[in-house]
Design a binder for this molecule. Structure first.
Ligand SMILES: NC(=O)c1ccc[n+]([C@@H]2O[C@H](COP(=O)([O-])OP(=O)(O)OC[C@H]3O[C@@H](n4cnc5c(N)ncnc54)[C@H](O)[C@@H]3O)[C@@H](O)[C@H]2O)c1
Ligand SMILES: N[C@H](CO)Cc1c[nH]c[nH+]1
Ligand SMILES: [Zn+2]
Length: 439
């Protein structure tokens, strides 16, 4: 594999969300499904327009066409109640819920009101009323994603959560997703995925209630749909196909570096990036990757090989400082630091969804039980977006309650600014309170 350096590395790691690459496999599947090589954007536009007009019928038609099954949309309370998983998996699921909940309970997310000499100013914080959570399920049923999205919303105080997730070819949802919903007290789960699920949550249908905000990651179709419905509904961020950037030096274990790259490479469409100041490490990791890919079972081997062969970038940096500059430029979803003294690099990290410090804090642990939500910004959007968190599920309402003395002090300036804007009624509204009342 080609090793990039200097300007070539900078060019390869600079990106704009608008030119997010569409894998050839997606275009080929679209040709099969639609008889022409439609882009995901074109497909999503059709789906959104159709669901908006035809509601549930459109959801069923698109699910049948794309997922191969015409499902009963709502999972009944009996099905949620009857879902079973083994005791060890249940214990793991409960551990994940507890650790994510404990993490988000630490996030400062309260309102404040300052009662000063001039009256009161502050911010009220209120939970959103109804939130939609998208749980990916195209290739792997991402049980953990339900936990990592719904729990921060619940900590924020959201009373109603609506879950959508695609059914498998038998029209089923993985029982652990239903058990997780039950553990979280979520009653509304719908068998629908992709852009049609996002459309349903944004517009509402006879079966699926319209929500105030849609959260959760997904493939290109999901991400594009979320981008297109923004404004009609709130969108927490645009977490799409996953990516991991590892910075490793000559002290890193090539085995661990390869394992961490492959852990994310097995997500379809993932982008693995490795940056090191050591050419020797880069060569050793490539050899390890070959062996570890071969040792994976199918279909994971094919998914990981596709990510490594089609999208992996390998960069030789002059030193760790250049490695961090390049990482900040790329703004990865996951930044993994596998160096002699990883904590010394933390101060230079400026753009990333999450940073994983040292070889015992592998990103795969973060996917499940570390604590922070694994739903993190991708595609370079970490330049301006953050991982899912409590604030995503709250409104802030500004409070203004100044008293008469304060009004007398600051009112004239406001009236002056209003007249400078040519807004006479604004000025008069202020001055009407400044006038001494007639005896
Ligand atoms: N960034 C994050 O925080 C994060 C977290 C978890 C997962 N992810 C990403 O989520 C993604 C999950 O993808 P997935 O595909 O497995 O599941 P998914 O649920 O996101 O998408 C599957 C759905 O896509 C739709 N679809 C697929 N091909 C289509 C086509 N040709 N036309 C119309 N619709 C189509 C179908 O409706 C299908 O049900 C992965 O890329 C993974 O990396 C990201
Ligand atoms: N790494 C994915 C994106 O952050 C999330 C995930 C869920 N399950 C396994 N991995
Ligand atoms: Zn993962």
């Amino acid at each position: 594999m080609q090793i990039l350096q200097g300007e070539a590395a900078r060019a390869a790691l600079s990106r704009s969300f608008n030119d997010i690459p569409v894998p050839e496999s997606v275009l080929a599947r679209n040709e099969q499904l639609y008889g022409e090589r439609l882009t995901p954007q074109q497909v999503v536009e059709r789906i959104l327009a159709d669901v908006r007009v035809r509601g549930d019928d459109a959801l069923l038609d698109w699910t049948e066409k794309v997922d191969g099954f015409r499902p009963t949309l709502r999972v009944s309370a009996e099905e949620i109640g009857a879902a079973q998983i083994g005791p060890e998996l249940l214990a793991a699921l409960r551990l994940a819920i507890r650790r994510v909940r404990d993490f988000y309970r630490q996030q400062p997310a309260h309102g404040w009101i300052d009662y000063g000499a001039g009256g009161a100013l502050g911010q009220l914080v209120r939970p959103l009323s109804r939130v939609g959570v998208y749980v990916p399920g195209g290739l792997a049923p991402l049980i953990s994603t339900l936990i990592h999205t719904a729990v921060p919303a619940q900590v924020a105080g959201v009373p109603e959560i609506v879950v959508t997730t695609p059914p498998n070819r038998e029209g089923q949802i993985h029982p652990a997703i239903l058990v997780a919903a039950r553990e979280l007290g979520i009653e509304q789960v719908f068998r629908v995925g992709g852009a049609q699920a996002i459309a349903a949550l944004a517009y509402g249908t006879a079966s699926i209630p319209r929500v105030d905000k849609v959260a959760g990651p997904g493939n290109l179709f999901v991400v594009i749909a979320k981008r297109l419905v923004f404004g009609q509904v709130g969108i927490e961020s645009l977490p799409g196909p996953t990516e991991t950037l590892v910075i490793a030096d000559d002290t890193a274990s090539a085995r661990y570096v390869a394992a961490d790259l492959l852990a994310q490479a097995e997500h379809l469409g993932a982008e693995p990036v490795l940056i090191s100041p050591s050419r020797d490490l880069l060569i050793r990791v490539q050899a390890e990757l070959g062996g570890q890919i071969e040792a994976l079972p199918e279909p994971n081997r094919s998914w990981a090989r596709d990510s490594i062969e089609s999208r992996m970038k390998i960069v030789l940096a002059a030193d760790l400082s250049e490695a961090l500059d390049l990482a900040n430029l790329y703004a990865p979803e996951h930044l993994c630091l596998l160096t002699r003294d990883p904590w010394s690099l933390l101060g230079s990290v400026r753009r990333a969804g999450g940073v994983f410090v040292g070889e015992d804090s592998m990103e795969a642990l973060g996917d499940y039980v570390a604590g922070p939500s694994h739903v993190m910004p991708t595609g370079g959007t970490a330049r301006f977006m953050s991982p899912v968190n409590v604030r995503d599920f709250q409104n802030i309402i500004s409070v203004v309650g100044v008293n008469a003395a304060e009004l007398a002090r600051i009112g004239p300036a406001a009236a002056l600014l209003a007249r400078a804007e040519g807004l006479e009624a604004h000025a008069r509204a202020i001055e009407s309170r400044l006038m001494v009342p007639d005896e």
